[in-house]
Design a binder for this molecule. Structure first.
Ligand SMILES: [Zn+2]
Length: 188
C-alpha cells in the first residue's frame, strides 16, 4: 500500500461497525490489514525506507483483536485532527502512553526494519502516519455522527444526512432563541 492507500485504510477501519461486520467484509479487512504493512518492490529497494515485519503466521489476523486496534486508532486519529496541543489538559496529554514492543534491524544503506507483533507494529506505523499533517489535510471528523471522512472542497459533514440534520437543528435552535427573546421582552 502507498501512503494514500494506508490513510484510506485507517479511515475505513476507524468507521467500521466491527460488532456487525459481515464475513466477506471481515476477510477483506484482514487482507488489507496485512497489506498495510507491505511495500512495493520499488519502495523496498529505495534506501532510507522503514519496513514493518509482522510475523507470517499463514493465518488471518484474529477478528477478536480488531476492536482494541480500532479503539486506539480512533483516539489517535481524533487527536491528530485537533489543532496543535489542544489534546492537553493542564499540560498532560489526554492520550495515555502506549506500550509498544519491537526489535529494530538496521540494514546497510540506511534502511530500518521493525520486527514485532501485528498490534505493536500497527501502532508504531500509525504513529508515523498520523504525525504527517500534510497527509491529513482533507481528513475530517463529522461532528454530528463522529465518522471520519475525506473532505471534498469545503465539505463540513460526512453525508447529506448529517448536513440536513445539522441544518435542521440550527433552524430549531434559532426558533427557540427567538421564542425565548419574545418571552423575555414580554416580561418587561
Ligand atoms: Zn456524519
Amino acid at each position: 500500500m502507498n501512503t494514500t492507500e494506508q490513510l484510506q485504510f485507517i479511515v475505513d477501519l476507524a468507521n467500521k461497525d466491527l460488532a456487525n461486520i459481515r464475513e466477506g467484509d471481515l476477510i477483506n479487512l484482514q487482507d488489507d490489514f496485512e497489506r498495510f504493512f507491505e511495500m512495493s518492490d520499488k519502495e523496498r529497494m529505495t534506501p532510507g525506507t522503514i519496513h514493518y515485519n509482522p510475523p507470517k503466521t499463514g493465518q488471518r489476523y484474529p477478528a477478536k483483536n480488531f476492536p482494541a486496534i480500532q479503539t486506539e486508532l480512533k483516539t489517535l486519529l481524533r487527536n491528530a485532527l485537533l489543532p496543535a496541543w489542544t489534546a492537553l489538559v493542564d499540560g498532560e496529554s489526554t492520550v495515555k502512553p502506549t506500550d509498544i514492543k519491537f526489535q529494530r534491524i538496521f540494514i546497510p544503506g540506511g534502511t530500518i526494519v521493525y520486527v514485532g507483533n501485528h498490534r505493536d507494529l500497527f501502532s508504531l506505523k500509525l504513529g508515523y502516519l498520523l504525525q504527517n499533517p500534510k497527509l491529513l489535510t482533507n481528513v475530517r471528523q463529522c461532528e454530528p455522527c463522529g465518522k471520519f471522512f475525506f473532505r471534498v472542497r469545503r465539505q463540513k459533514y460526512c453525508s447529506r444526512q448529517c448536513t440536513l440534520r445539522t441544518n435542521k437543528k440550527a433552524y430549531l435552535d434559532s426558533l427557540r432563541e427567538k421564542a425565548n427573546l419574545k418571552k423575555k421582552r414580554g416580561r418587561k
